[in-house]
Ligand binder design. Structure first.
Ligand SMILES: Nc1ncnc2c1ncn2[C@@H]1O[C@H](COP(=O)(O)OP(=O)(O)OP(=O)(O)O)[C@@H](O)[C@H]1O
Ligand SMILES: [Mg+2]
Length: 267
């Protein structure tokens, strides 16, 4: 059997309280992530669901090593990710990219779309010729449904949904294997969000992507998730196949999330 693409074992993270120097003892902070273990198999979509403050973003940032855990283990295809340094760390990092919640805040307003999407290539493939880089950027823009004329334009010239497409293009230009999407549609109108979710679904098929999808909303993840992990207070309280979590939730907290979904009017 192949090792999981990504495996976390007992990850913990506590942020020091504001005015930390005056806090009494190391245990004074409440853990943001409190002993999370999970496996992510190649090709699947694992959704992390939970209320605001439950630790979803902190967990995601640790999985990508954007922040370091206080303790725990992180394995990429069975290899120790936390021990990776230098060129090995850079190589692993480019395989894992993030799509952010807010397509207004996450794109540099002073940069043209061509530079925004091409920047990761400049950093990770500096020897790529200008024309080849441009071709890669145009290719990935097309893949997310944007035309070549987007290259010379600025983020403010685009709608929210289009900006999220630009953010997705930037995440995909290095051809990663894993994409972490943290609330990718919560800043968008429902109908625009639905189009973005459909795009993510198509891109997963076309580029053989593995997704970690983070959302506070079960209806949002229902469309894409193969498995769902439910987080509360820094812990995973329930995890299972998406159909099982949605149709037969076992944990009271999951049941309360399902109960909170407004029913569709009967047709
Ligand atoms: N950089 C930080 N410094 C201090 N505390 C933090 C920091 N980041 C997160 N926290 C705290 O950690 C806890 C978990 O936050 P996190 O952002 O991971 O939750 P979340 O589930 O992503 O919430 P949301 O749905 O609102 O995005 C919260 O109590 C938050 O205040
Ligand atoms: Mg968050």
């Amino acid at each position: 059997m192949l090792a999981p693409l990504l495996e976390a074992r007992n990850l913990k993270k506590t942020f020091s309280a504001p005015g930390g120097a005056f806090a009494i003892g190391a245990a004074s902070g409440v853990p943001a992530v409190d002993g999370v273990s999970l496996e992510l198999a190649a090709g699947e979509t694992l959704a992390i669901v939970g209320e605001s403050g439950s630790g979803k973003t902190t967990l995601a940032r640790m999985l990508l090593r954007l922040i370091e855990p206080d303790s725990g283990e992180l394995l990429v295809e069975g290899r120790d990710f936390l021990a990776a340094r230098g060129s090995q760390l850079r190589a692993l990092r480019r395989e894992m990219q993030m799509v952010f919640q807010d397509p207004f805040a996450s794109l540099d307003p002073r940069m043209r779309v061509g530079s925004i999407v091409g920047e990761p290539l400049e950093i990770h493939e500096p020897n790529l010729a200008r024309a080849a880089r441009r071709a890669r950027v145009v290719e990935v823009l097309r893949a997310v449904g944007l035309a070549e004329d987007a290259l010379a334009r600025y983020p403010h010239e685009f709608s929210g949904g289009q900006r999220q497409r630009i953010g997705i293009a930037r995440a995909l230009v290095l051809r990663p294997r894993l994409v972490v999407a943290d609330e990718p549609v919560s800043a968008l109108d429902v109908s625009v969000g639905a189009q973005i979710l459909e795009l993510l679904q198509n891109l997963q098929r076309d580029f053989a992507l593995t997704y970690l999808l983070i959302s506070h909303s079960l209806p949002v993840v229902a469309q894409l998730a193969t498995r769902i992990a439910v987080m509360q207070g820094g812990r995973i309280v329930e995890t299972g196949a998406a159909s099982q979590i949605l149709n037969a939730p076992a944990h009271p907290y999951t049941q309360s999330l399902i109960a909170a979904i407004p029913a569709l009017p009967a047709s």
